[in-house]
Design a protein around this ligand. Structure first.
Ligand code: NZQ
Ligand code: ZN
Length: 392
């Protein structure tokens, strides 16, 4: 087990009707004027936005609204949000939505607090010294941004999708009512489940040993999400399944599943380029490339993949050598993706990158030769291009 810090300062307010507490919560955290940030139509259509506004009014907290966040959130809207926050004197950012809205709010918070273009942080040219306070009312279980130290933004200039991590952006509180996710289209529910699982799998595929407790937490989380994803495919209104998945989403990306291990994160880096170039749903993109990544790196530690196969995917331990088990585990995960209508190739994801585009994706992914990605197996641009090729 490697040394680690575990820091999860976000207050979780979970359960039915929890959004009614939002006004009191922002007041408790000292907000005088709130920027309520949201996405497209979903929060308006469901009436959630009106309920949040009413809750703030009841608590006597003024607010200003900014919608329009799209999946793979754009830097241009972040700039617009910064202008609005300055003009209105807002001192608190409330994201009503999913990972995209929360990440956009975090970027606005970085920009205003540090009085600069936040892209400096996402492009690794500078480090933030703080962030305006951010909180979330979560409407989709997926990215885990409500408890993570991360934010991912797409710069339309070059279509670069880049993440930035720091504890400054951690949400002060996260309101999580599983009922708010009933209105999700099945594709978004399934895509979210994949992302949740991947946040744990990125941490689980490690060479670190003596991580018994963390392994057990990871394995239980993965089995729980698979079980409940299947239930939700049949019945999207199953409260308990929504609740299990929502809580798993937060625990999967708040650091818990990585205590004592060294995460890999190559699949995420590989997918982020697809999001930047083709604007695909993040979780679906991960499902499309994971099998190719897994087969490419598996021999680095076959035993680890065999453990995954047996403990997570239910492959019988007696079903062959470690190598056989490892391969069966990868196939079983792909079968699971298919069972919830998630893609297992780029073609199934609906994109057909040319050879030139694959080269461009790979070069962007390794910052034009300035970095490698992954830890389970360290990957350079050539490796990444091969993984994209094999995912076709
Ligand atoms: O814009 P609206 O109309 O709200 O529609 C959204 C959007 O189209 C819809 N949606 C959300 N809640 C809904 C709903 N539709 C009906 N009912 C509801 N209750 O779902 C669509 C996807 O929303 P989005 O916020 O994009 O989803 P998600 O939470 O998956 O976030 C994805 C973004 O987060 C980044 C991804 O790369 C991607 O940009 N990530 C952020 C991370 C972080 N900050 O820690 C980690 C992740 O690995 C990930 O990279
Ligand atoms: Zn993710």
């Amino acid at each position: 087990m490697t040394n680690f810090e575990y820091y999860t300062p976000t207050r979780v307010v979970f359960g039915k009707d929890s959004e009614k507490k939002t006004g009191e919560l922002v007041k408790e955290y000292g907000a005088t004027k709130v920027l309520i940030h949201y996405g497209g139509e979903s929060a308006k259509k469901s009436g959630l936005l009106d309920r949040i506004c009413a809750s703030l009014e009841e608590a006597g907290v003024s607010y200003v609204l900014l919608g329009g966040v799209v999946p793979n959130p754009r830097l241009s809207l972040v700039h617009k949000g910064m202008e609005l926050v300055r003009k209105e004197g807002a001192d608190f950012l409330l994201a009503v939505g999913g990972g995209s809205v929360i990440d956009s709010a975090k970027a606005i918070g970085y920009g205003v607090y540090n009085n600069c273009d936040p892209w400096l942080f996402y492009s690794k040219q500078a480090q933030a010294k703080g962030c305006l306070p951010v909180a979330a009312v979560l409407t989709i279980a997926a990215a885990g941004s409500e408890m993570s130290d991360s934010s991912v933004i797409t710069n339309e200039d070059g279509w670069l999708k880049r993440g930035y991590n720091s504890n400054y952006c951690r949400c002060k509180f996260a309101v999580m009512n599983p009922e708010l996710t009933y209105t999700l289209p099945p594709y978004q529910t399934a895509s979210g489940c994949v992302d949740i699982m991947m946040h744990t799998m990125e941490r689980y595929f490690t060479h670190e040993t003596h991580t018994e407790l963390t392994d057990g937490i990871c394995e239980a989380l993965l089995r729980t999400v698979m079980h409940n994803a299947r239930i939700l495919k049949e019945n999207p209104f199953d409260y308990d399944a929504r609740a299990e998945v929502m809580w798993a989403g937060s625990l999967s990306h708040n650091g818990l599943t990585g205590c004592g291990t060294v995460g890999d994160w190559a699949s995420h880096q590989i997918e982020h380029e697809l999001g930047g170039m083709f604007d695909v749903a993040h979780g679906a993109g991960l499902a499309a490339i994971w099998g190719s990544w897994a087969r490419y790196v598996c021999e680095e530690n076959t035993d680890r993949f065999a453990q995954f196969a047996v403990r997570v995917m239910g492959v019988p331990e007696t079903d062959g050598s470690a190598k056989d088990l490892a391969q069966k585990g990868i196939c079983a995960m792909e079968d699971f993706y298919r069972s919830i209508d998630m893609p297992t190739s780029l073609a199934e994801l609906g994109i057909h990158p040319t050879d030139a585009q694959i080269q461009e994706l790979a070069e962007k992914c390794v910052f034009f030769g300035k970095r490698t990605i992954g830890n389970f197996k360290v990957l350079n641009g050539e490796d990444v291009a091969k993984i994209y090729q094999k995912s076709r």
